[in-house]
Design a protein around this ligand. Structure first.
Ligand SMILES: [Zn+2]
Length: 206
Protein backbone atom coordinates (compact mmCIF):
# COMPACT_ATOMS: atom_id res chain seq x y z
CA UNK A 1 0.00 0.00 0.00
CA UNK A 2 1.73 3.16 -1.22
CA UNK A 3 -0.65 5.63 0.36
CA UNK A 4 -2.30 4.16 3.48
CA UNK A 5 -5.62 5.51 4.69
CA UNK A 6 -5.27 8.58 6.85
CA UNK A 7 -7.18 9.16 10.07
CA UNK A 8 -7.84 12.47 11.81
CA UNK A 9 -7.15 12.68 15.56
CA UNK A 10 -10.28 13.81 17.38
CA UNK A 11 -8.27 15.95 19.78
CA UNK A 12 -5.43 17.71 17.94
CA UNK A 13 -7.28 17.43 14.58
CA UNK A 14 -4.04 16.41 12.83
CA UNK A 15 -4.12 13.64 10.23
CA UNK A 16 -1.94 10.54 10.56
CA UNK A 17 -1.71 7.26 8.65
CA UNK A 18 -4.36 4.94 10.15
CA UNK A 19 -1.83 2.46 11.57
CA UNK A 20 -0.85 1.18 15.03
CA UNK A 21 2.29 3.31 14.74
CA UNK A 22 0.18 6.45 15.31
CA UNK A 23 -2.97 5.12 17.02
CA UNK A 24 -3.47 2.70 19.91
CA UNK A 25 -5.70 -0.30 19.25
CA UNK A 26 -9.37 -0.13 20.25
CA UNK A 27 -11.26 -3.31 19.29
CA UNK A 28 -14.68 -1.72 20.00
CA UNK A 29 -14.24 0.79 17.14
CA UNK A 30 -14.90 -0.16 13.50
CA UNK A 31 -11.35 0.44 12.19
CA UNK A 32 -9.83 -1.05 15.38
CA UNK A 33 -8.01 2.16 16.34
CA UNK A 34 -8.66 4.80 19.01
CA UNK A 35 -9.95 8.16 17.86
CA UNK A 36 -7.15 10.11 19.59
CA UNK A 37 -3.59 9.84 18.26
CA UNK A 38 -0.90 8.24 20.41
CA UNK A 39 0.65 11.50 21.63
CA UNK A 40 -2.78 12.94 22.59
CA UNK A 41 -3.58 9.70 24.46
CA UNK A 42 -0.31 10.01 26.39
CA UNK A 43 -1.12 13.62 27.32
CA UNK A 44 -4.64 12.77 28.52
CA UNK A 45 -3.36 9.68 30.38
CA UNK A 46 -0.81 11.86 32.14
CA UNK A 47 -3.42 14.51 33.09
CA UNK A 48 -5.68 11.78 34.46
CA UNK A 49 -2.76 10.33 36.44
CA UNK A 50 -1.79 13.72 37.91
CA UNK A 51 -5.43 14.39 38.85
CA UNK A 52 -5.92 11.03 40.57
CA UNK A 53 -2.75 8.98 40.94
CA UNK A 54 -4.27 6.53 43.48
CA UNK A 55 -6.86 5.33 40.99
CA UNK A 56 -4.25 4.76 38.27
CA UNK A 57 -1.92 2.94 40.69
CA UNK A 58 -4.83 0.77 41.91
CA UNK A 59 -5.93 -0.10 38.39
CA UNK A 60 -2.41 -1.01 37.27
CA UNK A 61 -1.96 -3.10 40.44
CA UNK A 62 -5.22 -4.93 39.65
CA UNK A 63 -4.09 -5.57 36.09
CA UNK A 64 -0.73 -6.93 37.31
CA UNK A 65 -2.51 -9.22 39.79
CA UNK A 66 -4.80 -10.51 37.02
CA UNK A 67 -1.96 -11.09 34.50
CA UNK A 68 0.98 -12.53 36.45
CA UNK A 69 2.40 -14.44 33.47
CA UNK A 70 2.46 -11.30 31.29
CA UNK A 71 4.23 -9.39 34.09
CA UNK A 72 6.79 -12.20 34.54
CA UNK A 73 7.43 -12.39 30.78
CA UNK A 74 7.95 -8.63 30.62
CA UNK A 75 10.28 -8.67 33.64
CA UNK A 76 12.33 -11.51 32.14
CA UNK A 77 12.79 -9.78 28.78
CA UNK A 78 13.65 -6.53 30.54
CA UNK A 79 16.18 -8.26 32.83
CA UNK A 80 17.80 -10.04 29.86
CA UNK A 81 18.15 -6.69 28.04
CA UNK A 82 19.53 -4.75 31.07
CA UNK A 83 21.95 -6.99 33.04
CA UNK A 84 23.84 -3.98 34.47
CA UNK A 85 20.65 -2.39 35.81
CA UNK A 86 19.60 -5.72 37.35
CA UNK A 87 22.96 -5.89 39.16
CA UNK A 88 22.47 -2.36 40.50
CA UNK A 89 18.90 -3.11 41.63
CA UNK A 90 20.09 -6.23 43.47
CA UNK A 91 22.85 -4.25 45.18
CA UNK A 92 20.36 -1.55 46.20
CA UNK A 93 17.98 -4.18 47.55
CA UNK A 94 20.81 -5.69 49.59
CA UNK A 95 21.64 -2.23 50.96
CA UNK A 96 18.03 -1.66 52.05
CA UNK A 97 17.42 -5.18 53.39
CA UNK A 98 20.80 -6.54 54.55
CA UNK A 99 19.22 -9.44 56.46
CA UNK A 100 16.77 -10.56 53.78
CA UNK A 101 18.89 -13.43 52.48
CA UNK A 102 19.91 -14.50 56.00
CA UNK A 103 16.19 -14.81 56.77
CA UNK A 104 15.20 -16.52 53.51
CA UNK A 105 18.16 -18.96 53.64
CA UNK A 106 17.16 -19.92 57.20
CA UNK A 107 13.65 -20.80 56.03
CA UNK A 108 14.97 -22.60 52.96
CA UNK A 109 17.29 -24.95 54.85
CA UNK A 110 14.46 -25.87 57.26
CA UNK A 111 11.58 -26.32 54.80
CA UNK A 112 12.89 -26.92 51.26
CA UNK A 113 14.07 -30.52 50.75
CA UNK A 114 15.89 -29.55 47.53
CA UNK A 115 18.18 -27.24 49.54
CA UNK A 116 21.64 -28.80 50.01
CA UNK A 117 21.67 -27.90 53.72
CA UNK A 118 18.19 -29.37 54.36
CA UNK A 119 19.72 -32.69 55.53
CA UNK A 120 21.32 -30.88 58.51
CA UNK A 121 18.27 -28.78 59.41
CA UNK A 122 14.77 -29.57 58.13
CA UNK A 123 15.46 -33.31 57.91
CA UNK A 124 16.61 -33.30 61.56
CA UNK A 125 13.40 -31.55 62.65
CA UNK A 126 14.80 -28.01 63.03
CA UNK A 127 11.95 -25.49 62.57
CA UNK A 128 11.50 -21.72 62.44
CA UNK A 129 9.08 -20.10 64.90
CA UNK A 130 5.71 -18.87 63.59
CA UNK A 131 6.64 -15.24 64.35
CA UNK A 132 9.51 -15.39 61.83
CA UNK A 133 7.66 -17.61 59.34
CA UNK A 134 4.74 -15.22 58.97
CA UNK A 135 4.43 -14.54 55.23
CA UNK A 136 3.54 -10.87 55.71
CA UNK A 137 5.59 -9.68 58.68
CA UNK A 138 8.05 -12.56 59.23
CA UNK A 139 11.03 -10.70 57.85
CA UNK A 140 10.28 -7.52 59.86
CA UNK A 141 9.78 -9.56 63.04
CA UNK A 142 13.06 -11.36 62.41
CA UNK A 143 14.95 -8.05 61.98
CA UNK A 144 13.31 -6.64 65.10
CA UNK A 145 14.22 -9.68 67.25
CA UNK A 146 17.75 -10.22 65.92
CA UNK A 147 18.91 -6.60 65.68
CA UNK A 148 21.53 -5.52 63.15
CA UNK A 149 24.39 -7.76 62.08
CA UNK A 150 27.79 -6.18 62.92
CA UNK A 151 29.50 -7.50 59.80
CA UNK A 152 29.30 -10.26 57.23
CA UNK A 153 31.52 -12.40 59.50
CA UNK A 154 28.49 -12.97 61.70
CA UNK A 155 25.84 -15.57 60.96
CA UNK A 156 22.88 -17.07 62.79
CA UNK A 157 24.06 -19.24 65.64
CA UNK A 158 21.71 -21.47 67.64
CA UNK A 159 22.51 -22.08 71.29
CA UNK A 160 24.77 -25.16 71.41
CA UNK A 161 23.82 -25.68 67.74
CA UNK A 162 20.60 -27.26 69.01
CA UNK A 163 16.94 -26.36 69.06
CA UNK A 164 14.88 -24.33 66.65
CA UNK A 165 15.19 -20.92 65.06
CA UNK A 166 13.29 -18.74 67.52
CA UNK A 167 13.93 -15.60 69.60
CA UNK A 168 16.07 -16.48 72.62
CA UNK A 169 17.76 -19.48 70.97
CA UNK A 170 19.55 -17.62 68.19
CA UNK A 171 22.28 -14.98 68.34
CA UNK A 172 24.72 -13.47 65.86
CA UNK A 173 27.92 -15.52 66.09
CA UNK A 174 31.17 -15.82 64.14
CA UNK A 175 32.45 -19.11 62.74
CA UNK A 176 34.90 -19.29 65.70
CA UNK A 177 32.03 -18.90 68.19
CA UNK A 178 30.11 -21.68 66.48
CA UNK A 179 33.13 -24.00 66.49
CA UNK A 180 33.66 -23.31 70.19
CA UNK A 181 30.01 -24.04 70.85
CA UNK A 182 30.25 -27.32 68.97
CA UNK A 183 33.34 -28.25 71.04
CA UNK A 184 31.35 -27.39 74.17
CA UNK A 185 28.52 -29.62 73.01
CA UNK A 186 30.94 -32.47 72.30
CA UNK A 187 32.51 -32.00 75.73
CA UNK A 188 29.04 -32.18 77.29
CA UNK A 189 28.31 -35.37 75.35
CA UNK A 190 31.63 -36.93 76.41
CA UNK A 191 30.90 -35.97 80.02
CA UNK A 192 27.46 -37.55 79.78
CA UNK A 193 28.86 -40.78 78.31
CA UNK A 194 31.52 -40.82 81.07
CA UNK A 195 28.84 -40.45 83.77
CA UNK A 196 26.76 -43.29 82.30
CA UNK A 197 29.82 -45.55 82.11
CA UNK A 198 30.68 -44.69 85.73
CA UNK A 199 27.16 -45.61 86.84
CA UNK A 200 27.36 -48.91 84.94
CA UNK A 201 30.73 -49.83 86.43
CA UNK A 202 29.55 -48.84 89.93
CA UNK A 203 26.42 -50.99 89.54
CA UNK A 204 28.58 -53.91 88.38
CA UNK A 205 30.94 -53.40 91.32
CA UNK A 206 28.06 -53.07 93.80
ZN1 LIG B 1 -3.84 14.06 18.48
Amino acid sequence: MANPKRKRCSKCKKKFPATTEFFYREPRVKDGLRCECKSCCCVSDKTRYVANPEQKIASSKAWKAANPEKVAAHQNTWAAAHPEKVKKLHAAFHERHPLYFVWSDMIRRCYKPNCTLYQWYGALGVTVCARWLDPEHGYENFCEDMGPRLSKKYSLSRYLDLGNYEPGNVVWGTKADQAAERRGKNAMKRFHVYRVQQKVTRRKAG
